[in-house]
Design a protein around this ligand. Structure first.
Ligand code: FHN
Length: 431
């Protein structure tokens, strides 16, 4: 009996729901002006004025082994690199264009080195590929008028020309899925307005993907245009609806479910500062505590976190990012069991002091508040059997996402008060 799209999606995403935490990497020519990855569009830069970035691109410090070790040490289990972003610059040695890293001073296939380095560290690997292309002459917004959102009239005027771009786009996806070994994730970005579904020839594209790498998981941004079945949020997702939903910069209040309320695979992609691509001026980095809380929140809602770094023009991940990743890694080293393979707690209500994650008969209580005194373990009242056991036989573990050393998984709490617990004496609290 032929498996349904939902059955196939469930099989394909099994590893994804275990790993929970990944690194997103936005890198390309835009790292040179260092004003984010939309700089060309935001500043209406002409093809000619953007060319110096291509001519000057020489990331002499690029060592993806450093990136991979930082990701692994942070507790990340997979990573996704931009193979081509909206500016059309290819970080891989495509045979279909000269607008690629191997034709710059770098002279390197940056994607191939990324894949090798991260596989070497045991991480799963994915590639981001922009459906939008501000460089390709047959993309509707070609030339100086480069904002695709507003220039789709070109597509309506001459769909045949756009078909040349689609041949190019499909051809590059084929290259990535054929010439670079086993990929675990294909991350497309993004559909908009009428540009979705079959406007990208999505059925043909997904057919190629599934035939070349049947195990690979694909995000939901090809988007269903309706005629060929529903989106990932429906009970009859189309062939190209994707394997996971991809909320961006937000964590949905109730996670992500389909129209029946059933949880579906999802991954929140979030920046460490406020930019995906490198921005020298953007120093508004999230703290490690904030990152950990976001990771816990995602997992408490059956989701993943794809945390973004934006390497600079030399190929270095910013020091601020590395420092935060290292601190997150300290916490993950002690508390990773409360993340990997965990998901939503379905019996107990969300506590006011933090969040639960659950894995089988292990319940993890993540305390988000440092200053709270005796807390009433809402919902657990009367269910606590001992410092480590609940009446239903679940093992109770407690973590605090601001100091890995303070409360390892074998944290102890004074359970003298049967339905609440208190912290150790104030002098034992972290500052
Ligand atoms: O326009 C892109 C943006 O540059 C970035 O790549 C994000 C990451 O998901 N996606 C698009 C915005 O939704």
């Amino acid at each position: 009996m032929k498996k349904t799209e939902i059955e196939l999606r469930t099989e394909r995403t099994e590893w994804f729901l275990q790993e929970r935490f990944g690194m997103f990497i936005h890198w390309g020519l835009y790292a040179i002006p260092a004003r984010g990855e939309w700089v060309r569009n935001a500043e209406r830069t002409s093809v000619e004025d953007y060319q110096p970035y291509f001519d000057g691109f020489n990331p002499e410090k690029y060592d993806p082994r450093v990136w991979a070790k930082a990701a692994k040490a942070a507790g990340m289990k997979y990573a996704v690199l931009t193979a081509k972003h909206h500016d059309g610059f290819c970080l891989f040695d495509s045979k279909l264009t000269d607008y690629k890293s191997t034709r710059t001073q770098a002279g390197r296939d940056l994607v191939r080195e990324f894949l090798e380095a991260f596989r070497e560290e045991g991480l799963k690997v994915g590639l981001y590929y922009s459906l939008i292309d501000w460089h390709h002459p047959d993309y509707p917004a070609y030339g100086d008028k480069i904002h695709p959102m507003r220039d789709n009239e070109a597509y309506k005027r001459d769909p045949a020309t756009f078909g040349n771009y689609l041949d190019y786009m499909h051809g590059q996806v084929r290259e990535l899925l054929t010439d670079y070994g086993k990929l675990d994730i294909m991350w497309f970005d993004f559909s908009y307005g009428e540009m979705k579904g079959e406007k990208w020839r999505a059925t043909e594209l997904m057919g190629m993907i599934r035939s070349l790498q049947p195990h690979i998981i694909v995000d939901n941004r090809l988007e269903a245009s309706g005629e060929e079945g529903g989106s990932i949020y429906t009970q009859n997702p189309s062939f190209y609806a994707g394997d996971f939903a991809s909320p961006e910069q937000i964590i949905p209040p109730s996670g992500v479910t389909d129209e029946t309320g059933a949880s579906i695979p999802w991954e929140a992609c979030i920046t460490l500062n406020n930019n995906w691509g490198y921005s020298a001026a953007d120093k508004t980095y999230k703290s490690a505590t904030t990152v950990i809380r976001k990771l816990v929140e995602c997992v408490s809602k059956n989701g993943n976190l794809l945390l973004n770094v934006g390497p600079n023009a030399k190929g270095e991940i910013p020091a601020e990012s590395l420092s935060i990743l290292a601190e997150v890694g300290e916490w993950m080293a002690r508390n990773g069991d409360s993340i990997y393979g965990c998901g939503q707690e379905t019996e107990l209500p969300k506590p006011e002091w933090g969040r639960y994650t659950r894995k089988g008969n292990k319940l993890y209580a993540h305390l988000f508040e440092a200053s709270v005194g005796p807390v009433n373990l809402l919902g657990l009242a009367g269910k606590i059997k001992s410092a480590r056991l609940l009446a239903d036989g679940s093992e109770l573990f407690v973590t605090r996402p601001w100091n890995a050393a303070m409360y390892p998984n074998d944290a102890y709490f004074n359970f003298a008060q049967p339905d609440s617990f208190t912290y150790p004496l104030p002098d034992e609290r972290d500052t």
